[in-house]
Design a protein around this ligand. Sequence first.
Ligand SMILES: [Zn+2]
Ligand SMILES: [Zn+2]
Length: 186
Amino acid sequence: MAIKLPEFTLVVLNSFVDVDKVMKFVNSSFLDIGYEIEYSVEYDDVPEEAYNESRDQYEANKIINYLKEKYNGFKVIGLTDLDIYIDLYAVNYIFGVAEEYGKYALVSCFRLISDDYDSPMSVIRSAKEVNHEIGHLFGLDHCSNEKCVMSFSSSVLEIDEKDVDFCDECKERLKQNLKHVLDNKI
Ligand SMILES: [Zn+2]
Ligand SMILES: [Zn+2]
């Protein structure tokens, strides 16, 4: 029997992604190590103040702050189809962001959608990025194994090359971290 994790809150912010389909993939990774993710879904809009007109993009940290003000829960994951960036990083965009051992994460499907929102490609890419950010929330770092979902991706091509699953090493670490989190109720 899988151990049920406390309920996650998935906040759909201007996104058409099929959350249940995405979470099916995510959950199969977690079931594999003996845990099950339960979640509720909220629908909301990205706050206007997150928009940066000169970049025509949205500042990820402002969206995270908005989530912090409005939502609480074991883990809160925002999903958006808008293009996001972080000022601190010298990159043009990011696929997602999460606080290590934190509570809040955000994933942008802006570059992940292929054909339509329901296409297997769109769903699996989104699942990889959600899994990756959840990994960070449970204290995982980036992994040097290119196939591992915790490897860092700077392009969609790199996302396509990695698996939706954690590598064996990350799985072990994730198991230990989950046990730690549940034992200490953090
Ligand atoms: Zn990462
Ligand atoms: Zn790994």
